[in-house]
Design a protein around this ligand. Structure first.
Ligand code: NAP
Length: 241
């Protein structure tokens, strides 16, 4: 693989599993130094080992992204270790099960908004000083089909994901003249733990592997997409056959 991301430092949330783990590994293979965020230390360790096997570098940061009181500490520990951030990929998300909104308890609703909406926005805010120090950083918010489809039963998760598409546009409008950019990416259905929890009726073999959407993330993080700013995109439209 080419070392297109040589000397780039890129943070990936949800890097302990699923899409985030594959994006982190591909970035490491392409020469990036990856900051891998997640709670599960075994998962993060696995990510680090894969990246090192591929010749890359990875710093594992076990961190609960709903622990908002400790975002300041996270920033302070990173700012002494890295000069800048060239990319921030928000893959972390959570939904235990789909259910009609009328049955969703308040604590479940609020917890879902915390990880799926508040965390990506607050982490972006917290990392902005490091993103500003890069030549042209790229921030990618991960959305889902609910950005443009009114599907039932996705409650706070679906609402949060639709709001992330707006967040990307808003962040960009508020930094119109800046070299850094913000976009939202819908990977579409892929085979991960989250998929297995929520698409009970579908056989996993009916959907593509998580690796298939990795090129779309890499494209949005690369200089090739530097004109794409404040957009909400679907992976299938970015992946060349
Ligand atoms: N799979 C699909 O079909 C599909 C479709 C559309 C959109 N997406 C989106 O794609 C992204 C990746 O999803 P996935 O399918 O790869 O899910 P996944 O396999 O379940 O991975 C989710 C990741 O989020 C992390 N995470 C969850 N809660 C966290 C918290 N409180 N703090 C830190 N990390 C947390 C998990 O790590 P820990 O457990 O280690 O914390 C894990 O690494 C998500 O944004 C999802 O909404 C997926």
């Amino acid at each position: 693989m080419s070392k297109a991301f040589q000397d780039r430092i890129i943070m990936v949330t949800g890097a302990s599993d699923g899409i985030g783990q594959h994006v982190a590994a591909a970035l490491g293979e392409a020469g990036a130094s990856v900051i891998a965020i997640g709670r599960n230390e075994d998962g993060l360790q696995q990510t680090m080992e894969r990246i090192e096997e591929l010749g890359g570098r990875c710093l594992c940061v076990p961190f609960d992204l709903t622990d908002f009181d400790n975002y300041g500490k996270l920033f302070l520990s990173l700012k002494d270790q890295i000069p800048h951030l060239d990319g921030l990929v928000h893959c972390a998300a959570s939904i235990d099960r789909c259910a009609p909104m009328q049955y969703i308890k308040q604590d479940v609703f609020r917890e879902s908004l915390d990880i799926n909406l508040t965390a990506p926005n607050m982490l972006t805010q917290m990392m902005l000083p490091l993103l500003r120090r890069a030549d042209a950083a790229s921030v990618v918010f991960t959305t889902c089909d609910m950005v443009d489809e009114d599907q039932n039963n996705w409650h706070a998760y679906g609402m949060a994901k639709r709001a992330l598409a707006y967040a990307a546009a808003m962040w960009q409008n508020e930094h119109e003249e800046k070299p850094y950019r913000f976009n939202a990416l819908n990977p579409g259905l892929v085979r991960t733990a989250l998929f297995k929890r929520t698409f009970g009726g579908m056989h996993p073999n009916e959907v593509p592997a998580a690796t298939t959407v990795v090129p779309a993330y890499l494209y949005l993080l690369s200089d090739d997409s530097k004109e794409i700013r404040g957009q909400s995109l679907h992976a299938k439209d970015l992946i060349k056959e």
